[in-house]
Every structure is written in C-alpha cells, then in structure tokens.
Design a protein around this ligand. Structure first.
Ligand code: SF4
Length: 210
C-alpha cells in the first residue's frame, strides 16, 4: 500500500537538517567496490507491507547537529573510507539531502544512494551528484510472476543498468504480519536459478541472494 507522498520544502541558507536514524561506520556491501559509511535517514512516505525497517519509517525533522556529527565522522575518514551511502527509510524524502550530498562530494568521497524511487523528479535532479544508485524494487510472489521480473530486468539492462541483485524476501520482520506467511505458488529455487542463468549475460554482475 502506498501512503500519501510527503514533500518537505528546502531550507536554503539554513543549517542542514537531516534526521539520522543510524550510521553504519564501514561497509563493503552497500556500494560495489567501495568501503562506505551508510547513513540511514529517518522517514519514508511508503508503507510497504514487507518493510523490515518500519522503525525507520516515521518521518521527523532533523536537528541541526545531526548532519554536523555525520560530517565530522566523514571528514575523519576512519578505516580507509572512500564513500558514503545515503539510505533510509527513504533518503529522497528530505529536502536538505542535495546539500549534504554536495558537502560529501567536496570531501572527495564517492556518493551513493539507496532509494525506492518515490520522487522521480528529485532522483533525476540528484543523479549528476551521484556516483552510484541502488534502486530497490520489491514485491511478493502473488503480486508478479517470474516473467514480469525477467521483463523488468531486461528493461533495466537496456537502460544501462550493469549490476543487478535478486533477493528472496526475508519474512521474519515484515510490518504486515500477512507478509510473514508463506506465499502459495512462490517460484522454487530452481526456477530462480534458471532465471539468473538467462539474465547473467546481460549484466556485468548479477547476484541471487537468499
Ligand atoms: S520503501 Fe523501503 S523503507 Fe519505505 S516502507 Fe517500503 S520497504 Fe520500508
């Protein structure tokens, strides 16, 4: 289910205000080929039943010091850090995100974004400032067939997407208990593996994650 889309107005000239839910100090999984800090921002306009980070979904206004603390951490460059990823919740919810991205770039860091894409216009405006984007598309077996997944993957390959991961849902922590139940008729592992073999030639890297 999609909730009302929230649009917050930018605050040019004022302190950057981003609501930081958590910081992963160093990750080699969240930005291919980079050692990145991952900043999770609080708030998401969507209400996906399969959301496993629903504690990050409630929006709040960031306090001025929150981004400053992140900036000080990034400037210290611990552990050979060479990138930062803005994640969520939904990071494009926040009007001050472009200014924070710019500051991270000025530090010489590669900048990545994890998004579900609820604000296409904001994402398009951010693209020139980004080195990598992970676009997260989710659903469950009864919402789509494997042919739909294959068509989506081929469309993305045609658009120039080079890295693609298919992840089987983790059902333990879904917001909606209905999503924690087994899906009747879900494709077996063998069908997913066959799909991955068909798609692999079209991507630089294609992963099947369980
Ligand atoms: S887009 Fe992501 S963070 Fe937002 S509700 Fe859906 S799964 Fe949760």
């Amino acid at each position: 289910m999609i909730g009302p889309l929230l649009r917050l107005e930018p605050a040019e000239g004022a302190d950057i205000r981003l609501p930081v839910a958590s910081l992963t100090a160093s990750s080699t999984l969240d930005f291919p080929g980079r050692r990145a800090a991952v900043i999770h921002l609080q708030g998401c306009p969507l209400q996906c039943g399969y959301c496993e980070v629903s504690e990050m979904a409630s929006p709040r206004r960031g306090e001025p010091g929150e981004w400053e603390a992140m900036r000080a951490f990034l400037e210290a460059r611990p552990d050979g850090l060479d990138a930062v990823v803005f994640s969520g919740g939904e990071p494009t919810l926040h009007a001050d995100l472009p200014r924070a991205l710019e500051q991270a770039r000025e530090m010489g860091l590669a900048v990545g974004l994890h998004t579900a894409g609820p604000y296409p216009d904001r994402l398009a405006a951010l693209l020139p400032r980004l080195d990598w984007v992970a676009l997260d598309v989710k659903g469950r077996g009864r919402d789509f067939a494997l042919e739909d997944l294959e068509r989506l993957a081929m469309t993305l390959a045609d658009c120039g997407v080079r890295l693609y991961a298919i992840q089987v849902a983790r059902v333990e922590r879904c917001r909606d208990p209905d999503y924690c139940l087994p899906v009747a008729g879900a494709p077996p592992r063998e069908a997913l593996e066959a799909l991955v073999r068909r798609l692999r030639p079209h991507f630089e890297r294609l992963e099947l994650r369980h």
